[in-house]
Design a protein around this ligand. Structure first.
Ligand SMILES: [Zn+2]
Length: 434
């Protein structure tokens, strides 16, 4: 539409400018509800807060508990909220999905992690950037749009969902199974994760998590030749990974625009290693007994590219282990898959991606950058379970601040994102009337 002549657009910009204090207050309120995951605290409280807020803005709200999902119990119920506001005419539905959970605070903070302090244009707190600032921006954007374009067509949905930081099974995955992300109901999804205000995130790499165990035989530590050391067998596994797997992975490059640059190759993290006796308790003064370890376990976190089939990823690791079983005396292993997530990638010409990119260019004065995320987020469930492909992540907040001490979100960045989100709504829900 040629919006420059539309007086409603000037009204929209004025309303957004007037909403700065409301945006700050909303972000602070959300940060002050400590929704730590694990264990999954205060999901009910944050959903009730959003229920009041969105109900007052004319949204129909539904609170949905994800019964029998991981971690759901009466002490830590997995509450989610889906709020919907219908327009005056039929049309597409634009859905903003934000997770309400935040990760552990960790050490090294100089600010109150749940204080929501505003200092020099930054709001501090756990979840400020990932992603309560994005949730607040989407609510303010929707409110300003509805006020300036009361005759919009279609519908706006805003959801606040649980457990994204632990896989999203009690949040978006559960809602997708209930049909909340069916393409008949929802046509465009924007996830306001902190990917920076000038970037559209099209998707993410895949992940494969597995535990590998090597076996040995316990014996007296003074006569290790009478036993068989499981830790040395695991050393051989790690050597083989260093010699063969890591160099091979580093060679592979994806066409997905993954950021940062290092994540454009396949990667693997050795997440943990445990062998031999259990670690002693912190307050114990006991000395270890002298034993040859009969078990050693590692957990691997393998991130793979859209070009790599999952079976190839699995087969590559199993091939190395089988090779050791043939070449190394007494080598026995077990491989247990813990979880996997397939890559997800929305086409950059998909309607929601192109619309958000256009809005970014209008607000920032330069073309949007298309990126993909090194780690997974809830897009996987919207794609695989919901079968909805028209989904991107777009939100304020600097990706590198997520999960860090003194996490913050910039108010100016949030204001720019509010404008981008609101202009996206204009394009998707208010086609030119004249
Ligand atoms: Zn997040």
């Amino acid at each position: 539409m040629d919006s420059s002549a539309d007086p409603r657009l000037a009204d929209l910009h004025a309303r957004i400018a007037d909403s700065r204090d409301a945006l700050i207050a909303l972000t602070q309120d959300l940060i002050r509800i400590p929704t730590l995951n694990p264990p999954g605290e205060n999901y009910g409280a944050i959903c009730e807060y959003l229920d009041r807020r969105l109900g007052a803005a004319g949204f129909d709200t539904h609170l949905i508990r994800a019964h029998d999902t991981p971690g759901d119990c009466d002490r830590y119920p997995r509450w989610n909220i889906v709020a919907r506001r219908d327009g005056r005419r039929a049309g597409d539905c634009v859905h903003f999905n934000s997770h309400t959970d935040v990760v552990d605070v960790g050490l090294g903070w100089t600010r109150d992690p749940f204080g929501g302090e505003l200092v020099d244009g930054r709001i501090y707190g756990r979840g400020a950037c990932d992603m309560k600032g994005g949730l607040a921006a989407s609510i303010i954007a929707a409110e300003c749009f509805i006020a300036a374009f009361p005759d919009f067509s279609g519908a706006i949905e805003i959801s606040g969902t649980a457990d994204e930081e632990s896989g999203g099974y009690g949040g978006v995955a559960y809602l997708a199974k209930q049909g909340y992300f069916s393409p008949r109901k929802v046509q465009h999804v924007i996830i306001p994760e902190p990917l920076n205000k000038d970037r559209v995130c099209l998707g993410h790499r895949g992940g494969w998590w597995a535990e590998i165990e090597t076996f040995g035989e316990i014996a007296h530590g003074s006569m290790p030749f009478l036993g068989d050391c499981a830790v040395r067998h695991m050393g051989a596994v790690l050597n083989a990974f260093e010699a063969d797997l890591f160099p091979a992975m580093a060679q592979r490059r994806t066409d997905m625009p993954v950021v940062p640059e290092g994540a454009r190759s396949s990667t693997m993290n050795i997440n943990s290693i445990h062998g031999g006796q259990a670690e002693k308790l912190a307050d114990s003064t006991a000395l270890p007994s002298h034993c040859v370890p009969d078990s050693c376990r590692i957990v691997i976190d393998r991130r793979f590219l859209v070009e790599e089939p999952l079976d190839q990823v699995r087969g590559e690791v199993r091939g190395i282990l089988d090779g050791l079983a043939e070449s190394r005396p007494n080598f026995e292993y077990a491989l247990r898959e813990l979880n996997h997530v397939l890559p997800s990638m929305t086409d950059r010409n998909a309607p929601v991606a192109a619309t958000v990119a256009r809005a970014i260019e209008r607000v920032m004065g330069q073309p949007a950058e298309f990126v993909a995320s090194p780690g997974t987020y809830d897009q996987k469930h919207i794609d695989r379970i919901g079968k909805l492909k028209n989904c991107v992540a777009y939100g304020p907040g600097i990706l590198e601040l997520a999960h860090k001490p003194d996490e913050w979100i910039g108010v100016d960045d949030m204001m720019d994102s509010v404008t981008v989100m609101a202009l996206s709504l204009v394009d998707l829900l208010s086609p030119a009337q004249t």
